[in-house]
Design a protein around this ligand. Structure first.
Ligand code: FES
Ligand code: FES
Length: 226
C-alpha cells in the first residue's frame, strides 16, 4: 500500500533529518567560513630618508637694478628669496612659490622670468631688473604710469609682477616674437590686440580680477609707442 504520510512529518519525526536542523547546520557552517581572518599587521611607514646636508654658502655677486650686491648664499636659494630675504627688496612678491602665479616676475637681461623658479647663483653676471628698478631718476616708467591711470590693480599684490611682465611683453612683441594667438607667425610685426595682450600676460594671475584694466593699461602704452 502506498505511503501517503507528509514528508515533513517524517522529518519532524526524525530529528536528524528535520529541515530546522538542516538550516541551523547550514547557517553555522556559513558563519564559520565568514569569520574574518585576523587583520594583517599594518605596514610600518618607511623611516624618513635623511635629508641631504645643505651645501655651504658661497659668495655670489648679483647686479640688480644697476647695482652690485655681494652676498653669501647657499646654492639652493632662489632668486626670489635672495631678493626678498637677503637683500630686502620686497617689491617682488611671493605668491605661489612654484611658477604658477607670476607675482615674482623680474627681468633678467630684459627677459621676464619667474624668480621663484630659478636659483640666484645662476644669475651672476646678468642684469636683473625688479619693480624697484623700473623708475628712472625718480620718474615712474610709462607702464607704471599707465597702471595708475587705468586703475589696473586693487590689492596690488600681483602688480609688480604684472608691470615687469608687461614691460618685457612690449619688447617681445616688437621683436616679432609670435604668441599662441598671433594670426600669422610669418609676419615680423605683431599687433597689440587685446587677444595678444591677454595671451602674453596669461602667466600673471590677478586674484582681484583687474584684468580689463590691466589690458587697457598695457594697450595704452603699446599703442602710444608702437
Ligand atoms: S611666486 Fe613665482 S610664480 Fe608664483
Ligand atoms: S590686484 Fe589684487 S591680485 Fe591683482
Amino acid at each position: 500500500m502506498p505511503d501517503h504520510s507528509d514528508p515533513q512529518d517524517a522529518d519532524e519525526a526524525n530529528p536528524r533529518l528535520s529541515r530546522r536542523n538542516f538550516l541551523q547546520g547550514a547557517l553555522a557552517a556559513m558563519s564559520a567560513t565568514q569569520t574574518p581572518a585576523p587583520a594583517a599587521p599594518a605596514p610600518q611607514p618607511a623611516p624618513p630618508a635623511p635629508s641631504a646636508p645643505a651645501a655651504p654658502a658661497r659668495p655670489v655677486t648679483l647686479n640688480i637694478n644697476g647695482k652690485e650686491y655681494s652676498l653669501s648664499l647657499e646654492p639652493r636659494v632662489t632668486l626670489l628669496d635672495a631678493l626678498r630675504e637677503h637683500i630686502g627688496m620686497t617689491g617682488t612678491k611671493k605668491g605661489c612659490d612654484r611658477g604658477q602665479c607670476g607675482a615674482c616676475t623680474v627681468l633678467v637681461d630684459g627677459r621676464r622670468i619667474n624668480s621663484c623658479l630659478t636659483l640666484a647663483v645662476m644669475h651672476e653676471g646678468e642684469r636683473i631688473t625688479t619693480i624697484e628698478g623700473l623708475a628712472q631718476g625718480g620718474a615712474l616708467s610709462p607702464m607704471q604710469m599707465a597702471f595708475i591711470e587705468h586703475d589696473a590693480f586693487q590689492c596690488g599684490y600681483c602688480t609688480p609682477g604684472q608691470i615687469c611682465s608687461a614691460t618685457a611683453l612690449l619688447e617681445e612683441a616688437r621683436a616679432g616674437t609670435a604668441s599662441a594667438v598671433t594670426p600669422d607667425v610669418r609676419k615680423e610685426t605683431v599687433f597689440f590686440t587685446d587677444d595678444e595682450i591677454r595671451e602674453r600676460m596669461s602667466g600673471n594671475i590677478c586674484r582681484c580680477g583687474a584684468y580689463p584694466n590691466i589690458v587697457a593699461a598695457i594697450r595704452s602704452v603699446a599703442l602710444r609707442k608702437g
